[in-house]
Design a protein around this ligand. Structure first.
Ligand code: C5P
Length: 325
């Protein structure tokens, strides 16, 4: 039986401007997302059981990093959403997920796994969705899932994250170092803290939105990797969730100060965090920075995982659907 495979890359947000909460409970946002080389791997093969419409028929095994209970995994939710969308009985699938991207980190790992599940399940079931339907099913699974389902190296996301304009990734082969605190954070909790802090926020949103617009223009005219790195100071202050995250996790302020003084460059927040990242013009430079940071005090090393990885188009597409017997 054919095994379908897909890579599920992580992302970082280079900017994240957040508006007030909407009646449906989500926040309108404006954000630039870029794909990373760091990726989970997903496979799917038919279990051999009879086709069914039942959403709970698929199975999932997870290896690698801890990812929580399989029943809650977005891979199974994505497969169920696709079954429901097409409304026809489909053969149950057995998914295997090799988890490399830390969870609850602001790196979109679970969302990317869901988009990969939509891709492999579509192929296994012979379903060809047009772009609009694919993105609609993706949005039912989560706000970041459409970005990964789009398959672009970079995009400008608006709405609750589901309205997307693909962008060219920075030219060259930029990279980043991720600093991933061991303890993750729930996105919903960060947005709730954002709502509590909102009255005192002043003009932060305008700043994040202006940085977003400038970067959209830059990327559309072929921004080179070193110029992206040169914009890091502006991008550092273009994530509106920083204050909310720090209200929940005050230690992150000190972590960022330490990283910035040790690397002498700005560290940005990805999504709702808690992952911080610094931009580099090449993977070699990013790897060098990880080595230097390796001499950091034992305390901090134990709590923070450092990962050097490529950022953007030069590091391969998200989906690799070769079938093997
Ligand atoms: O869409 P997703 O399930 O990933 O979102 C998780 C939670 O994050 C939502 O329930 C909501 O509380 C918050 N969120 C938000 N505005 C967005 C995206 C997420 O408030 N645009």
């Amino acid at each position: 039986m054919t095994t379908r495979r897909a890579a599920a890359p992580a992302k970082v947000n280079l900017t994240l401007a957040v508006s007030q909460r909407r009646p449906d409970g989500y926040h309108d946002l404006s954000s630039i997302l870029v794909r990373l080389a760091l990726a989970d791997r997903l496979t799917a093969r038919p279990t051999g059981d009879a086709p069914t419409l039942a959403g709970g028929a698929d199975r999932l095994g997870v290896s690698g990093l801890p990812a929580g209970p399989a029943a809650d995994n977005l891979v199974l939710r994505a497969a169920a959403a696709l079954r429901a969308h097409v409304g026809r009985a489909q053969p149950p699938l057995e998914f295997r997920l090799a988890k490399v991207v830390p969870v609850a980190a602001g790196l979109g790992g679970g969302s990317s796994d869901a988009a990969a599940a939509l891709a492999v399940a579509s192929r296994a079931w012979g379903i060809a969705l047009d772009r609009a339907s694919r993105l609609r099913v993706a949005a039912m699974v989560g706000s970041d899932v459409p970005f990964f389902a789009l398959g672009a190296a970079a995009a400008w996301a608006t709405g609750r994250g589901e309205r997307l304009a693909a962008l060219p990734a920075p030219a060259g082969a930029p990279a980043c170092v991720l600093a991933v605190p061991r303890e993750g954070v729930a996105t919903a909790a960060v947005f709730e803290a954002f709502d509590r802090l909102r009255p005192g926020r002043g003009d932060a949103r305008e700043r994040a939105e202006a940085a977003t617009q400038r970067l959209v223009s830059g990327l559309r005219t072929g921004l080179p990797a070193d110029e992206l790195v040169g914009r890091a100071a502006e991008l550092r202050d273009a994530n509106d969730l920083w204050a909310a995250l720090v209200a929940l996790r005050p230690g992150l302020e000190q972590l960022r100060a330490t990283l910035e003084s040790r690397t002498r460059r700005p560290w940005l927040l990805s999504g709702s965090g808690p992952t911080l990242f610094a931009l580099y013009a090449s993977l070699a430079e990013a790897r060098g920075a990880v080595q230097e940071l390796g001499s950091w005090s034992t305390d901090q090393r134990d709590g923070v995982r450092l990962i050097a990885t490529g950022l953007g188009a030069a590091h391969g597409g998200p989906i690799d659907t070769g079938g093997t017997a």
